[in-house]
Design a binder for this molecule. Structure first.
Ligand code: NAD
Length: 499
């Protein structure tokens, strides 16, 4: 976790948002926020106390009473306004992402656009919340289902998508009639504060959306709070497991998405240039800090040599620099500690390209790196590196490739590059991962499907956003009703049967 520090007076203070307004933290604890491109501290984010988390939950609980009564028509109207405002001001938030996360502006704009798709999906909330009705299920009896909100729900989010991942959660949660408490990453918290201000401007009632900034103290207070009905989490696997176990032990519904080690399999018949373009884009985009990044390239048969040559040709051309420079294609890593940890993987193995060479000196930069012959048992194979380090492993056959991919404890995204439709179809059947790309390196599902992995990439049984998101943030009720003539009423102690 980020070290607790005294906030220097010169930097921006980033506070909580509770009950419709900014609330300065009272704990005296805060965390530093950096501009990763310069290495300078630019902000200090308040760390919430248990009492401040409780204040946010109480604000959400009070707001739920009225919010649940707001008609679907009015909620949809509000979501259209939110959509318009985010769309209009998307560059503003994208610039905040660049300033605190480090990703390049075009990538940050992409993040906001993909998040907007989830908001757009939620504009259809009246249709999404439609239920079923069976007339005359039994003689004179109708049966129907309804979906109702859970109450106060919470989201805990990672540093790598500071705008989009919260949108995956708050948009469907609020659309379904819940009220929301967000605990964003302490490394790049400003996008969440920006979101709170924007939602207020759009007309969302106070207390429906709250933000508590902080560290483990805030997370634990969320996980244990008796008035929170459900928790959505996205982050690393050890914390996802902890969040899932703690939240469910206190009776909450929980979906906890964890880390990844995504394998991209390249078959001998693949188009080499297309596969090399994809590997470079998906391996180094956002400096590899994506849970859907390709981190392991599995080269099948004799494809390895030409593929590696094509990748090595492309790597020096990747423009690394400050995310605000329109020339930059890849920015820095999020913190100095993370950059140093990622770089430590280059101390072993067959390093073909060492990204420490030629990286900008200011800030937390590392250039694209490539390691050959990475195998199970090696640190570079087993760990989720979460940086611009692409590992390559060579196998003889498709069968060996799929065995390798399926033996991974993770199962987030995966991809195959081939011109053979039959093998691609077999791959989609065989592979134990939640999101599969066929000649698509980063197969993030569109907003009307749901996002989530298998195995250690997801704890819980529902994926985020899309139909499963709506399911997660609602609970079902089935009503059996009849309107008989009271004159026909009689006592009947038998178990009700259909007639
Ligand atoms: P992280 O697990 O360190 O932090 C995620 C959240 O948990 C943050 O809000 C953080 O404050 C909190 N947290 C951290 N340590 C904690 C602790 N000990 N106790 C309680 N709470 C704690 O993750 P990160 O470094 O911010 O994000 C990167 C990770 O997220 C990667 O592993 C990546 O694969 C994963 N990720 C997964 C997905 C997905 O959809 N599966 C998407 C994005 C990111």
């Amino acid at each position: 976790m980020t070290e607790t520090i005294e906030a220097p007076a010169s930097v921006k203070r980033i506070s909580h948002w509770i009950g419709g307004g900014a609330v300065e933290g009272s704990s005296g604890r805060s965390g530093p926020v950096f501009n990763p491109a310069t290495g300078q501290q630019t902000g200090a984010v308040d760390f919430a106390t248990v009492e401040e988390v409780d204040a946010a939950v109480q604000a959400a609980k009070a707001a739920f009473v009225e919010w649940r009564l707001v008609s679907l028509a009015k909620r949809a109207e509000l979501f259209f306004r939110i959509r318009e405002l985010v769309h209009e001001r998307r560059e503003e938030v994208a610039r905040l992402l660049v300033a605190e996360h480090g990703k390049v502006l075009s990538d940050a704009m992409g993040e906001v656009t993909r998040g907007l798709e989830v908001i757009e999906f939620c504009c259809g909330l009246p249709t999404l919340l439609k239920s079923e009705y069976s007339e005359q299920a039994s003689t004179g009896i109708d049966v129907y289902s309804i979906r109702q909100p859970l109450g106060v729900v919470a989201g805990i989010t990672p540093f790598n998508f500071p705008a989009m991942v919260p949108m995956w959660m708050w948009a469907p949660a609020i659309a379904c009639g819940n009220t929301f408490v967000l605990k964003p990453s302490e490394k790049d918290p400003s996008a969440s504060f920006w979101t709170a201000e924007l939602l207020k401007e759009a007309g969302l009632p106070d207390g429906v959306f709250n933000v508590v900034m902080g560290d483990k103290v805030a997370v634990d207070a969320v996980l244990e709070h008796p008035d929170i009905a459900a928790v959505s989490f996205v982050g690393s696997t050890p914390i996802a497991r902890y969040v899932y176990e703690t939240a469910t032990a206190s009776g909450k519904r929980c979906q906890a998405l964890g880390g990844a080690k995504n394998h991209m399999i390249v078959l001998p018949d693949a188009d080499i240039d297309m596969a090399a373009d994809a590997a470079v884009s998906a391996g180094y985009g956002s400096a590899g800090e994506r849970c859907m990044a390709v981190s392991m390239l599995v080269a099948v048969g004799d494809v390895a040599e030409p593929l590696l040559e094509a990748i090595k040709e492309r790597i020096p051309k990747v423009k690394v620099g400050d995310g605000l420079d329109p020339e930059s294609e890849m920015g820095p890593l999020v913190t100095r500690e993370h950059r140093d940890k990622v770089a430590s993987y280059l101390d072993e193995g067959d390093v073909l390209v060492d990204g420490r060479e030629g990286a900008p000196e200011e800030g937390f930069f590392l250039r694209p790196s490539l390691i050959d012959n990475v195998k199970p048992g090696m640190r570079a194979y087993e760990d989720e590196i979460f940086g611009p380090v692409l590992g390559v492993t060579r196998v003889a056959t498709y069968e060996e490739a799929i065995r390798l991919a399926n033996a991974s404890p993770y199962g987030n995204g995966t991809a195959i590059f081939t011109r053979d439709g039959g093998v691609a179809r077999q791959f989609q059947f065989d592979v134990t991962a939640g999101m599969v790309g066929i000649n698509v390196p980063v197969p993030v599902p569109v907003a009307y499907y749901s996002f989530g992995g298998w195995k250690a990439s997801l704890f819980g049984d529902r994926h985020v956003y899309g139909p499963e998101g709506i399911d997660f943030y609602t609970r079902g009720k089935v009503v059996t009703s009849r309107w008989p003539d009271p004159a026909t009423s009689k006592v009947d102690l038998g178990f009700p049967q259909t007639r």
